[in-house]
Design a protein around this ligand. Structure first.
Ligand SMILES: Cc1ncc(COP(=O)(O)O)c(C=O)c1O
Length: 460
């Protein structure tokens, strides 16, 4: 099947697409016969879908910040689907998982278990404010679904306000509040009452604010819609979008106040940044705001087990006679043991401080890079969540999507793996265990690849 450039541009959001000609060219240059045989079998037996099958390469090993492919090549993984906060094959997590598997590998319904209780208690202690009640699920998407149901039951309302370009998972309820064409296209009709508003994008502000001189009209607009609708159950959003949007100071406080005024709940989705990626355990702690529900996942399972959690305010414990989640792996003891070991690791190895320090160091290098690489329109970051926005021209800010893809494949050839968001934003999310020389090595590769693309542009 051939895809038109216009279609590809419209679909660029969550990650790089697997249908581009650059993908094909990279594979031709790097994939040997044996790997291709496995890739063909993969494509033969899995349903094809964007961002996934057909795949790029076959992995055989992962450890620390590195991936290794079948051909023995190593890649520093600055993507990791955001599950590898404590590094791949983290010893403490593996030992906890092994030990738990030997004792209680599953928890049949009607019973609970100590690893699940301990983890719920720990999360309630860590979470800000009165976010004290927990429900686990086997995926972030499922936790988002539980939050949407609880919001309906608690308020007696069904409408939501969420953001264009956001992602909350791939199920029908999650894509109804999500705002990405690649998930919504041809999937309708979606949930009713799901209003969308523009994200607080300081680089491309719809209200025309200058960067650093924000008037928070994006937050005022949410209050406006809340008032007009009058019966919105919840505002649901990613606290920080990976990494196209980091809201301006005061944004979440204003939205929080608007929710309170209009009787709507605030649900913050921190699934990819949990726990500690931004240098704080929870991202909302940067904005001094406490939501009514917080959703976490991904890294919670230590890069080994799928596990997500809904953490709700104590007062939202209102549905004892209804089922919010009822997932088979709701209190999986092995997943919970992995999560507790992950939190221990984050705390005892000071990984939050490391995320902040190495993140600050990387950001200062990226700002320097911006001085000599004209294609970089903006750099932004919070801890070890960093974005580099490539543009054709700093005045027009036209996204340099082709160039971003070129940089990505160039970096892959040199052993650095990362994701491209919205087509033109290089997104860097390494493990929080990373040390400065590793960050230097990655940024040197990036610098070289961007320089190559710039040089090519000048010569064209
Ligand atoms: C912000 C956000 N919400 C929800 C999800 C869905 O999580 P899962 O893939 O575990 O269902 C993701 C996954 O990428 C995410 O980034």
């Amino acid at each position: 099947m051939r895809f038109k450039k216009k279609d590809i541009d419209n679909l660029q959001s969550e990650g790089d697409l697997n249908i581009s000609h650059r993908r094909k060219a990279w594979m031709k240059a790097h994939i040997d016969v044996e790997t291709q045989r496995w890739l063909d079998l993969d494509a033969r037996y899995f349903l094809h879908q964007s961002l996934s099958t057909p795949c790029l390469n076959v992995l055989s090993h992962c450890e620390g910040i590195n991936l290794e492919d079948l051909q023995g090549r190593s890649f520093m993984d600055f993507h990791g689907n955001n599950v590898h906060q404590v590094g791949f094959t983290n010893r403490r997590v593996i030992d906890a998982v092994k030990n738990q598997m030997e004792n209680l590998a599953f928890c049949t319904r009607r019973y609970t278990n100590i690893p699940a209780i301990r983890l719920a208690e720990k999360l309630a202690q860590l979470a800000p404010g009165d976010l004290n009640k927990v429900l686990f699920a086997p995926a972030g998407t499922a936790a988002v679904g539980m939050a949407l149901k609880l919001a309906r039951m608690a308020t007696g309302r069904f409408k939501t306000i969420s953001m264009w370009d956001s992602f909350h998972g791939a199920s029908l309820d999650a894509i109804s509040v999500g705002g990405e064409a690649i998930f919504r296209k041809d999937a309708g009709p979606l949930l009713p009452g799901t209003e969308h508003v523009p994200p607080p994008d300081c680089y491309r502000c719809l209200w025309g604010c200058e960067e650093g001189n924000c008037t928070l009209q994006c937050a005022d607009y949410i209050e406006y819609v809340l008032g007009k609708e009058g019966d919105v159950a919840a505002v649901i959003a990613e606290t920080v979008r990976s990494t196209s949007v980091i809201p301006p100071t005061g944004y979440w406080k204003k939205v929080r106040a608007a929710c309170d005024k209009h009787g709507a709940l605030l649900i913050l989705d921190e699934i990819p940044h949990c726990l500690g990626r931004t240098g704080r355990m929870f991202t909302c702690q940067h904005f001094d705001v406490v939501p009514d529900m917080l959703i976490i996942g991904k890294g919670l399972g230590g890069g080994i087990f799928p596990l997500a959690a809904l953490i709700a305010r104590e007062a939202l414990d209102i549905a004892p006679d209804r089922a919010l989640g009822h997932y088979t792996h709701e209190k999986n003891p092995v997943a919970c043991a992995a999560a507790s070991a992950t939190i221990e690791c984050l705390e005892e190895e000071n990984l939050l401080a490391n995320a902040e320090n190495i993140g600050n160091y990387a950001m200062s290098r990226l700002r320097d890079m911006m001085q000599h690489q004209k294609i970089i329109g903006a750099v932004r970051g919070l801890g070890l969540l960093m974005g580099i926005e490539l543009v054709k021209d700093r005045q027009t800010k036209v996204p340099a999507s082709e160039e971003a893809e070129q940089v990505m494949y160039g970096a892959l050839s040199r052993g650095l793996n990362f994701k491209v968001t919205m087509g033109n934003i290089i997104t860097l999310t390494p493990p929080l265990t990373i040390i400065e020389p590793e960050m230097d090595r990655a940024l040197d590769i990036l610098d070289k690849c961007i320089a190559e693309v710039e040089k090519q542009e000048r010569n064209d």
